[in-house]
Every structure is written in structure tokens, then in C-alpha cells.
Design a protein around this ligand. Structure first.
Ligand code: PEP
Ligand code: MN
Length: 343
């Protein structure tokens, strides 16, 4: 349920509504927009209705929210969410560009990649230290050593770092080293993990599970937010279909749909989405044209020698071109949306 306050409602009127809700043990989330102030209420509709809130001073109306996700819904928070990470604003006026190897390999190699992607305009270095591999015999990641190299690369370049976390028990360790905790596709519905990252104040990059609906994905964001962490960045990374010429099917539809349903920023991962380096730049462009706030791509000095996901990894030169194209398209989309009076 949403309480829409009247234009010009006073602070005391807003405070009173919040107080009445909280006294009843209902979750009340205030969102102060440029024009309207709304209070999102979590709790049974009947219980909210019984409080007679629509008759309180300063209240315009009560509107039910039909979606099962609340904190993640645009109804609760009409303006786009922006997240400031080491000075770069995700969901802000500049596109967010995250790049790096699938797995962290060596310190020197990582720093070389970090310097190059920074020169090409990336603000974030990605790299897996704990890898969710389909086979237990495949390289599982360097673990804490890999996290240290990421922190060294941040030190050397000023880039923010992103790395995957797979178990609730490792949240404190990973959060000590990285700026953004990545929850991978395979763990999108690992509810214990979602709750654990929700109890930190680290931004979370929540990838869509390859067999999950948009609603399930937003409910996973809700899990994180319900624990008190509002800093969720969504990432579309492809879903499983019958197609075999590509690794996954990048669901471009999800981008405008999520932007409509939710205020959370959304990134696109064309590397896992299509699975072949030759198509990655095209799909990065397509994702930006569909309205993504940024891209995350796998990049390596020598993709053919990468320890994981080499076949979908692009070179530093390819990344340099991709990055500038992403900026151009992002700028165009913003212009078109502004002309149309949209976000
Ligand atoms: C990754 O980013 O390397 C990764 C494993 O991604 P996903 O969870 O989307 O498969
Ligand atoms: Mn990968």
C-alpha cells in the first residue's frame, strides 16, 4: 500500500503518518520526490485500511501496490535510484562501465588490465576470486589471494572493484576487500546469501538467474533491501533458451520492463549473455540502446589464455572501442528520453 501525501504536506503531517504506521508495527518507507512525497507501507492491506490514514491531514490518497515486490518497486520510490561508489554514480548521468577478467589470475596481469580499462573509461574492475564453476575439477578461483590482488589493483588505479560472493559465511571477508558484492546467476535465489549481503552496506550487483523470471529477480532484490541494504544494482546476463549457437539468450526485453517496474539501476552483461567474443560489442550496444545504465564485460590482455570464459572475453583494444560506443549510445538514449519527457 502507498500513502500519497498532498502537494505541500508539512513535515509534521508526514511524521504523523509515519508514526501511526510504525506504532502498528508496519514497515513505513518514506520517499521524498521533487513533486510528491509518498510513504510505502509493508503489511496486510486490511490492517493499513483500518487505520483511517486517508482521513489524516496532509494525505491525498491510499493506493494499493499490486506487485509482490515493494521496496524494489517504482511505486514505492518513483525516482531512479542512484548509488555513489568511490565517486562514480551508478544510475546517474554517466554510463557505468565494469570490465575485467572472468577470474583473477595474477597481480601483475590484473593491474595491467586495470590500467588499460581505466584509460578506456571504465570506472570498475571486475574479477572473480571465488568462481562458481560447473565442474568441480575446473579452476575454482584464487580465493582471498585474488581479493588481495583486486584491492592492489584498486590502489594502483583508483578503480572500484567488483567480485562474486557465493556463501553467506564469506560476506565479511569479501566485503573487506571489494566495493561491490556480486551475487551470481547461480545464487540469485540463495536466500541465505541474499539476506547476508542485505545486512552489509556494500552495494550488491544482483545478476539474474538464467532460469528466473523478472518477478523472481525483483523478489531477490527485495530480500536484500528488506534486510536494510537499499544499494542493489540489477544485471541482466542472459537466460537459457533452446538456442545452441549462443551460450545464453540476452533478454533485452528485461531492461525496459525492469526500468518500468523498478527504480533500481540495471546493467547488462553481454559476455555471459551471448557467450562469444565476436558478438559481445554488438550486444553491449543493444543493451545500452534498450536503456541499461551500463555494461559489465569480460576483458583480458590475451583472451585465448584466460583461465575461464576465454571464448567470450574481448581484447583490450576491442574494449576500448566498446567503451566509447557505450558512451555514445547512452548519451543518445538520454537525449531521446528527455525529449519524450521520460526519465
Ligand atoms: C561471472 O561474472 O563471471 C559469472 C560467473 O557470471 P554469472 O553468474 O552471470 O554466470
Ligand atoms: Mn565469467
Amino acid at each position: 500500500m502507498i500513502v500519497v501525501m498532498k502537494v505541500g504536506a508539512t513535515q509534521a503531517e508526514i511524521d504523523r503518518v509515519m508514526e501511526v504506521l510504525k506504532n502498528k508495527g508496519l514497515g513505513a518507507h518514506l520517499s521524498v520526490g521533487a513533486e510528491t512525497t509518498i510513504v510505502g507501507v509493508i503489511g496486510p492491506k486490511e490492517q493499513v485500511r483500518e487505520l483511517g490514514i486517508e482521513n489524516m491531514p496532509g494525505v491525498e490518497k491510499l493506493v494499493p501496490v499490486s506487485n509482490p515486490f515493494k521496496l524494489a518497486s517504482r511505486a514505492f520510490h518513483p525516482d531512479d535510484t542512484t548509488i555513489d561508489i568511490l565517486g562514480h554514480v551508478v544510475g546517474g548521468p554517466e554510463p557505468t562501465i565494469m570490465a575485467g577478467p572472468c577470474s583473477v589470475e595474477s597481480k601483475e596481469g590484473l593491474i595491467e588490465i586495470a590500467k588499460a580499462i581505466k584509460a578506456s573509461g571504465a570506472q570498475f574492475l571486475r574479477g572473480g576470486a571465488f568462481k562458481p564453476r560447473s565442474s568441480p575439477y575446473s579452476f575454482q578461483g584464487l580465493g582471498e589471494e585474488g581479493l588481495k590482488y583486486l584491492a592492489d589493483a584498486r590502489e594502483a588505479t583508483g578503480l572500484a572493484v567488483v567480485s562474486e560472493i557465493m556463501e553467506p559465511g564469506l560476506v565479511d571477508l569479501v566485503a573487506d576487500y571489494v566495493d561491490v558484492l556480486q551475487v551470481g546467476a547461480r545464487n540469485m535465489q540463495n536466500f541465505a546469501l541474499l539476506k547476508a549481503v542485505g545486512r552489509t552496506n556494500r552495494p550488491v550487483l544482483l545478476k539474474r538467474g538464467f532460469a528466473n523470471s523478472i518477478e523472481e529477480w525483483l523478489m531477490s532484490a527485495e530480500y536484500i533491501m528488506a534486510e536494510g541494504n537499499p544499494n542493489v544494482i540489477l544485471c541482466e546476463r542472459g537466460i537459457r533458451t533452446f538456442e545452441t549457437y549462443t551460450r545464453n539468450t540476452l533478454d533485452l526485453n528485461a531492461i525496459p520492463v525492469v526500468r518500468h517496474l523498478s527504480h533500481l539501476p540495471i546493467m547488462v552483461d553481454p559476455s555471459h549473455g551471448i557467450g562469444h567474443a565476436r558478438y559481445v560489442t554488438t550486444m553491449a550496444r543493444a543493451g545500452m540502446a534498450a536503456g541499461a545504465h551500463g555494461v559489465i564485460v569480460e576483458v583480458h590482455t590475451k583472451p585465448e589464455e584466460a583461465w575461464s570464459d576465454g571464448s567470450q572475453t574481448i581484447t583490450l583494444d576491442e574494449f576500448d572501442r566498446l567503451s566509447s560506443q557505450v558512451r555514445t549510445i547512452h548519451g543518445l538514449v538520454r537525449e531521446y528520453d528527455a525529449e519524450a519527457g521520460k526519465r
